[in-house]
Structure formats: structure tokens, C-alpha cells
Design a protein around this ligand. Structure first.
Ligand SMILES: CC(C)(COP(=O)(O)OP(=O)(O)OC[C@H]1O[C@@H](n2cnc3c(N)ncnc32)[C@H](O)[C@@H]1OP(=O)(O)O)[C@@H](O)C(=O)NCCC(=O)NCCS
Length: 143
């Protein structure tokens, strides 16, 4: 295993701010608008105080390369993963997700879900490779 997961510390919120505003991260998010520092810091202040939410920095060789979050949703935890530009395509997300699955029992998590846009081919492959199966498809159109 080349990656490690470590709990996010307050001092890393600035680093994450750069990552979440990278173009691909915004494009693949369900809230694609750029995120302001104010919005980001308020979100993380609250997130880091909320014991039900888990946030991990993904590191490789001591270098932080991404973020993995686990958030309670109805009957499960939603996993969100982000690998920063320059570190993608090296298997880090696959290893980090496998490591997160390994932590679930200790965290009392029995089911994981992920929401992925169908255009997000890397993410579709990632979740399928880690044993996730499509549960349902949400269709939408303008009206
Ligand atoms: C999705 C994301 C996390 C994948 O991270 P990664 O470290 O590059 O992924 P991996 O290297 O572990 O590769 C995972 C799979 O995707 C494939 N893949 C990687 N980049 C790809 C690309 N640009 N296009 C198509 N497939 C790609 C890999 O080949 C691998 O599939 P394989 O096991 O069949 O070979 C990363 O692209 C990212 O941070 N994207 C922006 C945020 C996002 O979309 N998050 C997911 C929503 S929860």
C-alpha cells in the first residue's frame, strides 16, 4: 500500500481549498461553482467539529495528494474522493478507497454509497474496481 489516510487537521484547510477549486474537481462536483474562502472555511470549521463526519488527507510518500470524506446519509455513509492535479492516474484513489473500506468496521460504518456523474469515467471505474455496484440512475431534464 503506497498511500496512507490521516485525519484532516485545521492547518490543512488551506491546502484543501486549492484542491477543491481545481477545474476537474469543480466540474465533477454536484455544486460546480467556484467555492469562496469564506464558504470553505465556514464549511470546514463546522465539519471538523462534527464527530459523525470523517475527513482524511490521502498521502503518498509523506506528500499530501488528496482528500477522502465520509458523510452520514440515510442508512449509509457517502464517500467523496478527490486527488489533486498532477497526482491523478497513479492508482492513489483506488488505494485510498480500499484503505477507507478497511476503516469502516472500526468507525461503525456498514454501508458506503457514492454519487458519480456518468461523465466521470475515472470515478465510475474507481468505484466499480472497489466493489461498488450501481444502485439506481437519476434522470433529469430542464422543464
Ligand atoms: C476520480 C479521481 C478521484 C480518480 O483518482 P485517480 O487517483 O486518478 O484514480 P486511479 O489512478 O486510482 O484510477 C482509477 C481508475 O480510473 C481510471 N482513470 C484514471 N484517470 C482516468 C481518466 N482521466 N479517464 C478515464 N479513466 C481514468 C484508471 O485507469 C483506473 O481504472 P482501472 O483500474 O480500470 O485502470 C480523480 O480523477 C479526481 O480527483 N477527480 C476529480 C474529483 C472527482 O471526480 N471525484 C469523484 C467524485 S466522488
Amino acid at each position: 500500500m503506497n498511500v496512507s489516510l490521516k485525519k484532516v487537521d485545521k492547518s490543512e484547510v488551506k491546502l484543501i481549498f486549492g484542491w477543491i477549486n481545481e477545474p476537474l474537481a469543480r466540474e465533477q462536483s454536484f455544486h460546480p461553482k467556484p467555492i469562496s474562502w469564506e464558504e470553505h472555511s465556514t464549511y470546514w470549521d463546522s465539519r471538523l467539529r462534527d464527530g459523525r463526519k470523517h475527513s482524511f488527507i490521502i498521502s503518498s510518500g509523506g506528500e499530501p495528494v488528496g482528500l477522502l470524506r465520509l458523510d452520514p446519509v440515510e442508512g449509509a455513509y457517502e464517500v467523496s474522493i478527490l486527488i489533486s492535479e498532477g497526482h491523478r492516474g497513479k492508482g492513489f484513489a483506488t488505494e485510498a478507497l480500499q484503505a477507507a473500506v478497511g476503516l469502516c468496521k472500526g468507525l461503525g460504518i456498514r454501508k458506503l454509497v457514492a454519487r458519480v456523474k456518468p461523465s466521470n469515467k475515472a470515478s465510475m471505474k474507481l468505484f466499480e474496481a472497489c466493489g461498488f455496484q450501481p444502485a439506481y440512475v437519476l434522470f433529469e431534464r430542464g422543464a
